[in-house]
Design a protein around this ligand. Structure first.
Ligand code: BTN
Length: 320
C-alpha cells in the first residue's frame, strides 16, 4: 500500500521531506506522490506542502486505520492483519464471517460504527461513530471449549492494563471481564466461539471501549462512563488499540504455553474490583448472595454464601 508507506515516511521524518526524495524512495512518479498526499488529506491528515521544501505532516486524524495503529504495535500475531470498516453490523459477526473465508489467526476487525453491536446475555451494544473503540480479535487457538473462559479473563486484564497505562486512570476489572473506572463501566467484552465437542474452531473476542463519549442515554448514565468523561480530555484511539493488543498477546502466548499461571492470577486479582465485595449471583431460575472471595486457576469466581463456597463460571454477577 503506497499511501500507507508514504504516511510512514512522513511520520518518521518529523519535518520536511521533498517530493523528489519520496518519489525516489517509493519508485513512483512525483504526480503519484501528489495523488497520495491528496488522498491522505481527504482522510483528515493535515499535510503542509511548500515549493522547494516538499511535504510535512502537521497532525493526524483520530482514525483507526492500519497506518495509525501499526506504528504502536509490538505484537507478532495480533493485529498483523487489520480489517477496518466505516460501518458494520457488528465486528464480532464480521470476524466470524471472515473466519469462514480464511482470515488469519490474530486478525483485528475494527469499525467506526456498529448498527447491530452485540453485548453479553443477548443485549445490544451501542456503537456510536467516533467515540469509541469497537473491535474484535479473531483467534484460532488449539484449546478446549472449557479453556475459553480463561481467555476472557486475559482480555479483561489486557484492557485494564492498557487503559491504566495509556490514560493513568484507575481502571479495575469486574469479574470476569468488564472494565470499570470509579465503579462505572468503560469496557465490555463479548467472547464468542464456534467449536466442536472437544475443540475450539475459532474464537472472536469483541471489545468495546468508551473513549471519547461525553453523554450516555438516560438508561446507561448511572452505570457507564468513558475515558473522556473521567479524564476531562479527549484521547487518540489508535495507540490504545495497540496497547490492548500488546498486553493481550503477552498474556495470551504465555497462556497457550503454560495455561493460566499463578503470576497472571495474582495480577488479575490485584486489579479485580469484585473480590472482597458482597455479590449477587443471578442465573436462570436461581439467585444467591455472598462474599466474592477468590478466583480459581480455571477462571471461576468463588463466592462464600455462608453454606459453603459457590463456584461460579457463568451467569451474571452484580456487586451489591
Ligand atoms: C457487554 O455486554 O459488556 C459486552 C459488549 C461487547 C461490545 C463489543 S463492541 C465490539 C464487538 N462487536 C460487538 O458486536 N460487540 C463487541
Amino acid at each position: 500500500m503506497v499511501k500507507e508507506e508514504i504516511l510512514n515516511l512522513l511520520k518518521q521524518q518529523h519535518g520536511w521531506i521533498s517530493g523528489e526524495v519520496i518519489s525516489q524512495q517509493m519508485g513512483i512518479t512525483r504526480s503519484a506522490v501528489w495523488k497520495c498526499m491528496k488522498a491522505l488529506k481527504e482522510q483528515g491528515y493535515h499535510i503542509e506542502s511548500v515549493t522547494n521544501k516538499g511535504y510535512r505532516l502537521v497532525s493526524s486524524p483520530d482514525v483507526l486505520t492500519w497506518g495509525e495503529i501499526h506504528p504502536f504495535l509490538e505484537t507478532r500475531m495480533l493485529g498483523q492483519k487489520i480489517y477496518t470498516y466505516d460501518q458494520v453490523d457488528s465486528t464480532n459477526l464480521e470476524a466470524r464471517r471472515m473466519a469462514e473465508r480464511g482470515a488469519p489467526d490474530g486478525s483485528l476487525f475494527v469499525a467506526e460504527t456498529q448498527n447491530q453491536g452485540r453485548g453479553r446475555l443477548g443485549r445490544s451494544w451501542i456503537g456510536e461513530p467516533g467515540g469509541g473503540i469497537w473491535m474484535s480479535l479473531l483467534l484460532l487457538p488449539q484449546v478446549k471449549p472449557s479453556d475459553v473462559s480463561q481467555i476472557t479473563l486475559i482480555a479483561g486484564l489486557a484492557v485494564c492494563l492498557a487503559v491504566r497505562q495509556y490514560s493513568g486512570l484507575p481502571a479495575l476489572i469486574k469479574w470476569p471481564n468488564d472494565v470499570l473506572i470509579h465503579g462505572k463501566k468503560i469496557c465490555g467484552i463479548l467472547t464468542e466461539m464456534t467449536a466442536e465437542i472437544d475443540r475450539v474452531s475459532s474464537l472472536v473476542v469483541g471489545i468495546g471501549i468508551n473513549v471519547n463519549i461525553d453523554q450516555f442515554p438516560a438508561t446507561l448514565k448511572d452505570t457507564a462512563t468513558s475515558l473522556s468523561m473521567e479524564a476531562g480530555k479527549q484521547f487518540a484511539r489508535a495507540p490504545l488499540v495497540a496497547s490492548v493488543l500488546n498486553a493481550f498477546e503477552r498474556h495470551y502466548f504465555t497462556f497457550l504455553e503454560q495455561g493460566i499461571t499463578h503470576e497472571f492470577l495474582t495480577q488479575y486479582k490485584q486489579l479485580c474490583a469484585t473480590l472482597g465485595r458482597q455479590v449477587k449471583v443471578v442465573k436462570p431460575g436461581y439467585v444467591q448472595e455472598g462474599l466474592a472471595s477468590d478466583i480459581t486457576l480455571a477462571g471461576e469466581l468463588v463466592v462464600d454464601t455462608g453454606q459453603g463456597p459457590l463456584v461460579v463460571n457463568a451467569g451474571e454477577v452484580s456487586v451489591r
